[in-house]
Design a protein around this ligand. Structure first.
Ligand SMILES: C[S@@+](CC[C@H](N)C(=O)[O-])C[C@H]1O[C@@H](n2cnc3c(N)ncnc32)[C@H](O)[C@@H]1O
Length: 374
């Protein structure tokens, strides 16, 4: 099995490299309007925004920034297949202009545009990024009425284009079954509150680091596993440091990323090639977490009803019987910014009988060691 990944260093307001109705899932995080770190980039695309900000016309600045994003959302509608989902991570902004403090509700403005374009809104996820910093409170301290509630969350907005996706043929149905996730993962992932830590930016170039605003790997990784199947193509029109592409590699999906800032090119390559050992770890972690879950559950409630036909370990439901996970073997760059990822052949990870696994494949802490893959 192989997957393909392309990063295109172009403005995603026009994605002519992508055919109409060819994308199965979008996972992305745009630059956030009215957050200072993105002003410069919005101004580069529309210099009028600088004047609006200088003159305190923040309503017009906010709207102009969103008009730029609107063009990308419109392109998404063109390239997405019927039934495909778009997951947009966005935070609101707070800003004081001319001594007036206020919230700029980016998530509301984006939802409005998606409705206008014809998407359906699905229930959203609140990504809680709690901070313990004492200076997190804003405003007049302990004195009423000028203190403000702290913004400690971002949104993952979820939209669907058209009708629900249909898996019609026997092959499509089987592929969907192999792409299943674990019962206990469903219970966490499909909660509307995610408590994921933000990422420390491990980027040497300080300027680039301050501009990257990467989301944590688990964010696109979960969404890709929740909303796509093996063989699908995932698009990120604001790919930055390439986190969505890496998550697609680990999950065994194809991906396309667009990024307007060429300076990210070397970083994306380094993260892809050098990050391989880390990338391999995520699906092994999923198995370890599942085995931990199984041990606890069996202790409390006795044997589980079903056995996964591929790995040989117990699972909670019939829907997990055909579940498969892929294990990355190697990543190679085919041509500039196009990567091919190879995975271990079926036989090498097959039939990991739950009992046999214990002595041979686990380390002293009971964690699966990756070297069980030859
Ligand atoms: C919030 S960051 C995305 C970070 C990314 N999720 C990651 O994990 O690295 C937004 C990115 O969009 C890029 N960008 C802004 N406008 C763009 C456009 N019109 N086309 C393509 N990329 C754009 C910025 O350069 C920035 O890298």
């Amino acid at each position: 099995m192989q997957t393909r990944h392309r990063i295109i260093f172009q403005d995603s307001r026009e994605m002519s490299a992508i055919n109409d109705q060819s994308i199965d899932l979008v996972v992305t995080s745009p630059p956030y309007p009215m957050i200072k770190m993105w002003d410069e980039q919005f101004i580069e695309m529309n210099p009028e925004i600088a004047l609006f900000l200088e003159n305190g016309e923040y309503g017009r600045a906010f709207e102009s920034m969103h008009l730029m994003l609107d063009d990308v959302w419109q392109e998404l509608y063109r390239v997405m297949k019927e039934g495909a989902l778009a997951c947009i991570n966005i935070g609101d902004a707070t800003r004081t202009i001319n001594s007036r403090f206020q919230l700029f509700a980016n998530h509301v403005r984006i939802q409005r545009k998606f409705i206008d374009l014809g998407f359906d809104i699905l229930p959203l996820i609140l990504w809680r990024k709690q901070t313990t910093a004492p200076n997190k409170f804003m405003g007049s301290g302990m004195l009423p009425a000028g203190a403000y509630v702290t913004l400690e969350h971002e949104y993952i907005l979820i939209f669907r284009k058209g009708n629900k996706r249909i898996f019609a043929s026997a092959e499509e149905k089987h592929n969907r079954l192999t792409s299943a996730f674990f019962w206990e993962e469903r219970n966490t992932w499909f909660s509307d509150l995610w408590d994921l830590k933000g990422v420390r930016q491990d980027i040497n170039d300080r300027q680039l680091r301050s501009r990257s605003a990467a989301f944590p790997f688990m964010l696109p990784f979960r969404l890709i596993n929740m909303y796509s199947v093996f063989g699908d193509t995932v698009l990120d029109p604001f790919v930055g440091t390439g986190t969505t592409s890496l998550a697609a590699m680990a999950a065994g999906r194809d991906s396309i990323g667009f990024e307007v800032d060429n300076n990210f090119s070397d970083l994306v390559k380094a993260r892809t090639i050098l990050g391989l050992p880390v990338l391999k770890k995520y699906n092994a972690d999923r198995i370890n977490n599942h085995l931990d879950f199984v041990r606890c559950r069996m202790k409390e409630k006795g044997d589980l009803k079903y056995i996964n036909s591929y790995f040989g370990f117990p699972v909670m439901t019939r829907q997990e019987k055909e579940l498969r996970l892929v294990f990355i073997k190697s990543v190679s760059e085919m041509e500039n910014n196009c990567f091919t990822v190879s995975y271990f052949e079926d036989q090498s990870v097959k039939n990991l009988n739950f009992d046999e696994l214990l002595p041979e494949h686990l380390d002293v802490d009971g964690q699966i060691q990756l070297n069980f893959i030859p």
